[in-house]
Ligand binder design. Structure first.
Ligand code: SF4
Ligand code: SF4
Length: 424
């Protein structure tokens, strides 16, 4: 990492704590990512992005801000990037994938809160996230109970929190709520940036975000091959970087990797030998640097071929229609696209059940590992019917509950190894 200390200090980061975070992150990346074999050469781009995730990318965002753009931070895939971009703002994901300042966090949140929510507080309280500190607006959303109550407290920690209400039922009333909230968000973005969002700007931003999604769809599709041309860890990384990178550069870099993977497939080359047991991961999102479970799986003799997750196919699968001719019509198309997201906060949620089985078939998965964060009621509750539905289709399923600590590493490894053995 180059010397960005002044930039971090100007953002108000705690340099000592931030150095500690970067050193843990660097070591984990080395041990988990760089230790992999047979990686596509194109992953070099993502290695570079990760080595500069708090450096060059932050500098770029600050340069954008100096040139008049705004930065909006988000914790959820329901925050529509198309609207942010059309209003001359850059949307960044606020990762929340590691424990930080836990003691401080537990003064504000109950201990039995999921790691994701705790992490979002820890990064703020520990002053270690430059994305959070350079955001002109931070969007929270009323999804699960944990998040919506936590935002009441987060509001006292950040001056610029905007809370978006979200439906919990896929009904006409639910869609009407999402639509009202997206129009309210559009007005809030216009207010923040001073830019009027018109049809032309929306059409361009829809194209940019759709292109990013199409590149990921292409990558996903190549993972159907056996041997798998890319590891699940590397594909997860691309899905994670989706939330930070410059969209056009991201699209180009993923497409380059896909070109390389096509050649690999033609030559029947892969990251693991042919007939390696293939796993689909389903459940809670895995934000950077939450790589624990994929790492365990891929060092236990299996390969991950898909992620039914918001950092994965649940987040990227649908495109936004661009045929509307007015700003209202295009915003309606955005509402239609996002209303299909089958997060476990919805009740009932049959689409997710169907999608998991469909993904298992499409990616020729031998089994599914359902990943639930401890204390995440929506996903842990839904894990049981998911397991039943998959097993009724003879798809072996393993339910894992975990958190961000490394305490359960040995126990998880034993369970995953036994599951992989069963798949053989
Ligand atoms: S799991 Fe639900 S709450 Fe979490 S990012 Fe996805 S849509 Fe948002
Ligand atoms: S992991 Fe579960 S409990 Fe945690 S924020 Fe997401 S939906 Fe809420």
């Amino acid at each position: 990492m180059s010397d960005y200390k002044k930039m971090w200090a100007d953002l108000g980061l705690n340099l000592q704590a931030h150095d500690a975070l970067l050193s843990v992150l660097g070591k984990a990346y080395q041990d988990i990512y760089l230790a992999q074999k047979n990686r596509p050469a194109g992953m070099g781009y993502f290695d570079f992005v990760m080595s500069e995730v708090h450096g060059l990318r932050i500098k770029e965002l600050l340069d954008e801000k100096a040139a008049g753009r705004k930065v909006i931070g988000s914790y959820c895939v329901f925050v529509p990037e198309e609207i942010a971009l059309a209003g001359n703002a850059t949307l960044v994901g606020l990762c929340s994938g590691a424990d930080f300042a836990t003691e401080e966090v537990e003064k504000l949140l109950p201990r039995n809160t999921c790691s994701l929510i705790k992490s979002s507080f820890g990064f703020k309280l520990g002053k270690v996230c430059p994305y959070l500190e350079c955001s002109d607006m931070i969007v929270g959303e009323n999804t699960c109970d944990g998040k919506k109550k936590a935002y009441e407290t987060l509001k006292t920690l950040v001056p610029n929190l905007y809370v978006m209400d979200l439906p919990q039922v896929k009904s006409a009333e639910g869609r009407a709520l999402l639509k009202a909230e997206y129009f309210r968000f559009k007005a809030a973005v216009e207010n923040l940036t001073g830019v009027r969002i018109d049809a032309d700007k929306l059409r361009k931003s829809i194209a940019i975000v759709n292109n990013k999604r199409k590149a990921i769809h292409r990558l996903m599709s190549l993972r159907k091959a056996d041997p798998a041309p890319i590891s699940g860890l590397d594909a997860l990384l691309a899905n994670q970087v989706f939330f930070y990178d410059n969209p056009a550069r991201f699209t180009e870099s993923v497409n380059k990797i896909c070109d390389e993977l096509e050649t690999r497939i033609e030559r029947k080359e892969g990251v693991f030998p042919k007939k390696t047991p293939r796993i689909l991961i389903s459940g809670c999102p895995m934000a950077v640097p939450n790589w624990k479970l994929p790492w365990i799986i891929e060092t236990s003799g299996a390969v991950i071929v898909g992620e039914e997750s918001c950092v994965g196919e649940r987040g990227t699968r649908n495109l936004t229609a661009d045929s509307g001719s007015t700003a209202n019509e295009l915003t309606e198309a955005i509402v239609d696209r996002y209303f299909k997201i089958d997060c476990a906060i919805f009740t009932p949620n049959p689409d997710r059940m169907n999608h998991i089985a469909e993904m298992a078939e499409t990616y020729k998965a031998d089994g599914v590992i359902h990943y639930g964060l401890q204390f995440c009621q929506p996903y842990l509750m839904e894990a049981i019917p998911v397991e039943k539905a998959l097993e009724s289709k003879n798809i072996p399923t393993l339910r894992i509950d975990s958190d961000y600590s490394m305490e359960d590493l040995g126990q998880l490894k034993t369970r995953v190894e036994a599951f992989v053995e069963l798949l053989r």
